[in-house]
Design a protein around this ligand. Sequence first.
Ligand code: SF4
Length: 699
Amino acid sequence: MITLPAYCHDPFSYRRRKTRVVYIGDVPLGGNYPIRIQSMTISDTMDTAATVAETIQLVEAGCEIVRITAPSLNEAENLRHIKAELHRRGIRVPLVADIHFTPNAALKAAEYVEKVRINPGNYADKKKFATREYSDNEYQAELERIEERFKPLVLKLKQYGVAMRIGTNHGSLSDRIMNRFGDTPEGMVESALEFVRICERYDYHDIVLSMKASNPLVMIQAYRLLAARMAEEGMDYPFHLGVTEAGDGEEGRVKSAIGIGSLLEDGIGDTIRVSLTEDSVHEIPAAHAIARPYNARLATPDQVASLPVRLSTRTAPLPQESRNPYGYKRRPSDEVRLGDLQVGGTQPVRVELATTVPLTDVDGTLAQIQALSTPARSGAPVCEMVRLQAISDADLEAFTRLRQRLPEAGLSVPLALYLPLALLGSLPTLPEAAKLITAPDAMLPEGPWYEQVRRGAALVARHGMGLEWTLTLETIPHFLRATYGATLEGLAYTASRLVELCREVAVPGIIVSLDMAQPVAAYRLLAAHLDSKGLAVPLHVKTPALRGRTETLFQGSLWLGTLLCDGLGDSLQIDSDLPTAEAISLSYNILQAARLRMSKTEFISCPSCGRTLFNLQTTTERIKSRMSHLKDVKIAIMGCIVNGPGEMADADFGYVGSGPGKISLYVGKECVERNLPEEQADERLIQLIQTHGRWAEPV
Ligand code: SF4
């Protein structure tokens, strides 16, 4: 574990990272200002009318900052006309020029825009993917060369009062950085800091930083590391967040919600862009859906809007988290058997979903179990455990009837059944389920509370079943509240007592879940507390009840994805009113975005911009329709050869525009087919995947 200042205020309670305010034109960014929403046009920058129309469309949708690519001096010069036309129409949105490889375009654009984005990986270096060792002296000489190239831009931006984004991308680091640090979060951070230090030497501070990657895990780690390293160096520049090449549709939104959302959850991030391979205007509602809950917290005093972590009277230190925020490691947990399903340990993170009809509607419940456990198409993943709820004798009787009908319906999916603890303890024999779920009765005095928990747990142990304790702040026993209060610490302590009691009576599979309005901090503290006591029980991570597709998609991805990227969770559950097929698809998309379970091809497609050499949206759709069944294969679809190969990071195969109507194909970073006619490229890509033994016929 790297020893650094904390990357965030507190992993258990939200507070926004303190930054200076940087003005992008008239728009203040950072400090206590709202998280700003931005996007990038995909029109040809030389097409003034189209770029202006697209910019206006973005502004009308709620975009606060608009980026436009300037690949050469011509486009940089045309920014003047775009700006003039926008002003003529009364649109004053700040414009950002996007620069790669062309310092002269940056210098020209600085005269017309409010911010210039540079990529430190290619501002002063041509990308050669060359391997060589740099001695310390050679490295220093390189830094001096870069400063010579970069200094004119710094001075010009300072003179014109224009801001700068130093935007590092995973995969497009300079050869110098790659050779010393590798394509790692550490390399990304160092790449940016080298440029920041040059800015500071010339007393220029209107800087925003970004650390984008198509893999949310890499991007989360890089931003956290950047926050910690900047704290170490006394820097307080705001951050622009984004998952680059996120793709389109639900997958693109899920990846963005996880990457951007987990950082916002840590209080990191001052402006965001959701990159989608779709019309740019579609990015705006997605970005608002991610930022809205955090901007709503601005209204609360000191931006503290978290659940109470502990009573102020408590002085014993909170347990240390064992997770490494700068690198992924799954929390070690015991493997338990629940019916035919293994959960925890090295097993894949399991997908559970609940039925939504009352159990007494046996036909309706049966139909939902069928829908949840039957693949939508051949080879498609399914829900691996179905959760049901029995709160009365009538429900229990219905459960028995349901069980009897499962074999004739050909259904064998493991079932989890919620039962109130009082009901569970009073039964002579338990209903046949792979896992029982229950919660302790907070109102009981200490003696009866222990007695009820022990009796219920002993019954479950006798039947050799799994037992999940599902807890809320309300389930903290009243006799513990004088010490712990209704706090996250009280919740974690209650969970550890329940686990210890279950262990005393040898319950074979113990699991803990929380039902919390803000689950991230609660699960983090729960895990830290259980780990400090050596209780490696699996965690079932679930969302609170979510309503509607937008809330479920963004909030569900954000919460579950954050926890999974933290290494927490052995099974997951989205609690929503989504139709079953959509809930299953979302669950697996979250697992895929967190790179924990690959159930289909991983597509990395750039959002397109004025450099794009083919229709990215239709091409992506076409390639997806033929190649989306390849588990464990990552295919990048990139609009241009200038940036594409650098930015496709960890893709196995690349489809990159290399000229009008021309495609080059890559295996990893190596170009293996150059300038193929576009009509032949799909077939050649399939042949390439076959040659490398990665192809499977669709079933
Ligand atoms: S890779 Fe795509 S988004 Fe990036 S510069 Fe090229 S065309 Fe534009």
